[in-house]
Design a protein around this ligand. Structure first.
Ligand code: D5M
Ligand code: FE
Ligand code: ZN
Length: 519
């Protein structure tokens, strides 16, 4: 990156964790080779220095001395930390080992600059089926991120008195300031503090979270491309914001779920994987038979959150574990299994990453051909994700591919395969189905960001990670529903120990939960 302009120098200094006197930046910008001058200056700074002085730069440029380093400047005032109450948590049944993790990548600026990352973001709450407008062009990606910013910043505006990044750049040093932006970079400085770059539609601004502040814990929860707000104090040269408090769009603590006005229940399941040699044929039949019993009399709804069938060519070597190799025959077999379910139950289905619809999210619903095959119950067939309302209760159904990413990025206590609902809490907190762009989760470019969680659901239902987990987050019942497939050889190789053949049953009038075991 060329460093000839003061703005770029400031950004680069901030990226490396340094603040600088205005005069120091001017001197560097005037140097014959600003990049080399910057490198030399930084090399000669002591380890714990945070600020670059003009005197120091002059001494380097003159070549007279290495200069007397400044003492680190850490003017951080007291802040009101955002403390998250621990949501109520029920224990899940099984223990498992952790799956290998990935590291955070760095993201290119998406709101104002061109990004050349692999094409794709996109849709929530509403079903995308038939509404997809994205062409995959560059302008769609800019549009979708602007839309994400617009939607989620609205949720934060009441909480901070923010200004656009370019306005903050003009403010005098030492002032209080607040920003709302997309997290475009997270890195630790040489001295262990956190440098977070926030981007809005006007620019990028560096924000520093000091390691010994209690809000430093929240940095662990940050994902690239999510929208947050920060409040703090500008450094003397106004080049960096020292963060006092950090806010997520979040679900209000006062959120009060709607419940059904009669006693009625729903079974929330996912990941049936018909067509896999590991599909649990007999357990499924036990579940279906139970639904015909008096005990299950109130279970009037069956919600299926994706991966109806095992699919074809989803993962390398998958064909060796297929019991049915033709995708249409898999849906026919699945349809037969649906026929075992009582005919008067209402079924809602969204697709998953093993299903025969486009992989990029939001995924449209099954097409006519597949609907014809699965027509036995006249199911409500909708896209992934979708919000469905059942007896007045709104249920956000999402297959869950982004959970892999959230679990990979965040520390164990914030999200893990053993506690998949904790990863769901993070999505609720960020008010986004797939905050991080450009990883595993393939996002379809649309003009609108359909994956923001605009309305808080009463229930959030996901699957995909094949682990059972449930709990409440700010009164939203989160359920990750396990699977109907025994451990595959791939899962064995990476220590995924699936929770299979459990059916979470929700009372729609009280939102209480019972887990039925069909193993
Ligand atoms: O995903 C089931 C779970 O297993 C989910 O957490 C992804 C993970 N998984 C399964 N197979 C693979 C491969 N081959 N690579 C990476 N991750 C994998 P499901 O959607 O049912 O396959
Ligand atoms: Fe699955
Ligand atoms: Zn899946």
């Amino acid at each position: 990156m060329p460093l000839e302009t003061p703005r770029r120098l400031v950004t680069e200094l901030a990226r490396r964790g340094y603040n600088a006197e205005r005069e120091a930046v001017t001197l560097l910008a005037r140097a014959h080779d600003p990049a080399a001058a910057l490198d030399r200056t930084i090399e000669s700074l002591p380890e714990n220095a945070l600020k670059l002085s003009a005197e120091h730069v002059r001494s380097i440029l003159d070549g007279t001395s290495t200069g007397r380093p400044q003492t680190p400047q850490t003017t951080v005032s007291t802040g009101k930390d955002q403390s998250e109450s621990d949501p109520s948590r029920h224990e899940t049944s099984e223990d498992d080992e952790q799956v290998p993790v990935e590291t955070k990548g760095s993201s290119e600026s998406q709101l104002i600059r061109q990004s050349d990352r692999n094409p794709s973001p996109a849709s929530i709450a509403d079903d995308i089926t038939g509404e997809s407008t994205g062409t995959g062009e560059y302008k769609d990606f800019v549009a979708v991120f602007r839309d994400r910013y617009e939607r989620l910043s609205r949720l934060l505006r009441g909480r901070v008195n923010h200004r656009p990044t370019n306005a903050v750049q003009q403010m005098p040093g030492g002032n209080d300031a607040a920003l709302i932006g997309m997290v475009s970079d997270i890195r630790s400085t040489a001295s262990g503090h956190w440098l977070i770059e926030l981007e809005d539609t006007n620019g990028v601004f560096p924000c520093l979270v000091m390691k010994d502040r209690s809000i430093a814990d929240l940095v662990d929860e940050l994902l690239l491309d999510e929208i947050i707000a920060v409040d703090g104090t500008l450094s003397d040269d106004a080049g960096i914001l020292f963060v006092d408090s950090l806010h997520f769009p979040d679900v209000p603590h006062t959120h009060h779920p709607t419940t059904a006005d009669r006693h009625v229940q729903a079974a929330l399941i996912s990941d049936v994987h018909v067509g896999s040699q590991e599909f649990m044929d007999e357990a499924w039949s036990r579940f279906a038979r139970w639904l015909h019993t008096d005990e299950a009399e109130s279970v009037e709804y069956l919600l299926l959150a994706g991966d109806m069938v095992e699919g074809v060519g989803v993962y390398p070597e998958q064909d060796k574990e297929l019991s049915i190799v033709d995708i249409y025959e898999q849906y026919e077999a699945f349809s037969e299994r649906l026929k075992e379910i009582p005919g008067d139950m209402e079924i809602v289905m969204i697709p998953g990453n093993h299903d025969a619809v486009r992989l990029a999210e939001p995924q449209p619903a099954f097409d006519e051909e597949l609907r014809d095959i699965m027509n036995a119950h006249d199911a409500r067939i909708t896209g992934n994700p979708s919000t469905v309302t059942v007896e007045g209760v709104s249920i956000l159904m999402y297959h869950g591919v982004s959970l892999d990413e959230v679990i990979a990025e965040l520390p164990e206590e914030k999200a893990s395969y053993d506690h998949p609902h904790h990863a769901m809490y993070q999505l609720l907190k960020k008010r986004h189905i797939a905050p991080q762009y450009g990883g595993h989760t393939r996002l379809a470019p649309e003009k609108r960001d359909h994956l923001t969680i605009d309305e808080v659901p009463d229930i959030f239902h996901t699957g995909h990670v094949h682990k059972l987990g449930y709990g409440k987050y700010h009164n939203v019942l989160a359920i990750n529903s396990g699977c109907w497939q025994e451990q595959t050889s791939f899962q064995k190789s990476v220590n995924i120990d699936p929770d299979h053949a459990y059916a979470p049953i929700v009372d729609l009038d009280t939102l209480s939960l019972t887990i039925r075991d069909f193993n």
